[in-house]
Design a protein around this ligand. Structure first.
Ligand SMILES: [Zn+2]
Length: 363
């Protein structure tokens, strides 16, 4: 009986097949040689490889084929996701809420497209909803803002409630479109918009329930929302801020590298003395030029298309310096930031303390 090996593709294959493929390669029979495919790797080896990738890559892999999906979306693959999340060392992945599964958690944190219409992102995460939504999907389902103090369940719904259950705020039992800053007093004042679909779902649930069931539903939802808000406030707001700082930093690096490359090109063309004597204002104007301040690397083709505008700017600087005399600038300026961006980045990160207001969240 032939020995079988379970592969990531999911189909058992005779073990001797690998030997055949190996022999074919050895003989140089290119047409017969089997190309290496990840899907042919035994499942345990595949899972071992998968523990070394980043969580977003694991998610992409799980979406590439039904076979990968089957392997990665089973409960037995939880350790793979957990290991992949530990590979995010620059900005560690925040602790996962107990009621979520790893793939859903990775999807929420790292899939930046709109989770409703799939429009390319990045789009705002709404932690309470556990969704990222584009502006139009958000607007389409968003309630009209209703400010005021009448947000108790009894103000909204004409049902009977036990005891003081009717006094519970409608926002205490329903997610709002916030990024994690919802606090008890702002919720009670109706300062956060919600989705009409969530409101209608709540209304339906309460309408169908008996008075006793209503109490159970409200208390359970209150607990759930409190835990979600607490988690969002404690972990997600600061994690998201760090992420957006890192994204802006990466974009800034691209812009900076482009500016430096343009300065080097212009220095080669003989504008070194002008750069050495540029005032801070002239450096600022140069850096703000539409042709310079772009988040795209400089290529030969781009340089050809922007060269004339850059030369024109440098000629103006040269003429001004000849007219009014050059002042000593930053000698050897290569296009670097004069303000230390790293310093500001560190400052921005350290000045955010998610726990400073923590006491004011749902008490
Ligand atoms: Zn959308």
């Amino acid at each position: 009986m032939a020995r079988h090996t379970e592969t990531a593709e999911g189909s058992p294959e005779p073990a001797k097949k690998a030997k055949i493929a190996g022999r074919a390669r050895g003989k140089g029979a290119g047409a017969k040689a089997k190309a290496f495919r990840l899907a042919d790797v035994p499942v345990d080896v595949f899972c071992e490889i998968a523990t070394h990738v980043l969580p977003i890559d694991l998610l992409h892999l799980a979406r590439t084929s039904k076979a990968f999906r089957r392997v990665l979306m089973r409960r037995g693959a939880r350790h793979v996701w957990q290991a992949a999340m530990k590979n995010e060392t620059d900005i560690p992945v925040p602790p996962m809420p107990e009621d979520m599964a790893e793939p859903a958690w990775v999807h929420l944190l790292f899939s930046h497209f709109c989770h409703s219409c799939l429009k390319k992102g990045p789009h705002t995460p709404f932690w309470e909803l556990r969704l990222r939504l584009c502006a139009s999907c958000r607007k389409e389902d968003e309630c009209e803002p209703v400010m005021g103090m009448h947000h108790a369940l009894a103000d909204h719904f004409d049902y009977d409630f036990e005891g003081d259950i009717g006094a519970v705020g409608v926002f205490e039992v329903m997610p709002v479109l916030s990024k994690g800053e919802a606090q008890k007093h702002t919720l009670m004042f109706g300062m956060h918009n919600y989705r009409n679909s969530d409101y209608k779902a709540l209304e339906r649930t309460l309408r169908r329930a008996s008075i006793k069931e209503r109490t159970e539903i409200v208390l359970a939802r209150q607990e759930t929302m409190k835990a979600r808000r607490e988690h969002a406030f404690r972990y997600l707001a600061s994690w998201d801020l760090k992420q957006s700082h890192a994204r802006s930093y990466d974009k800034h690096q691209i812009k900076l590298t482009r500016r430096k490359a343009i300065v080097a090109k212009l220095r080669e063309l003989g504008y070194g003395p002008e750069f050495d004597t540029m005032t801070a204002q002239e450096r600022g104007e140069f850096g703000d030029m539409r042709e310079v301040a772009q988040f795209r690397p400089l290529t030969d083709r781009i340089w050809l298309s922007i060269k004339d505008a850059c030369i024109e700017f440098m000629e103006e600087v040269r003429a001004t310096h000849e007219d009014v005399g050059a002042v000593p600038g930053v000698r050897g300026w290569d296009g670097s930031d004069v303000i230390d961006y790293d310093y500001w980045k560190t400052q921005a990160r350290s000045s955010f303390d998610p726990l400073s207001d923590y006491e004011s969240i749902l008490s």
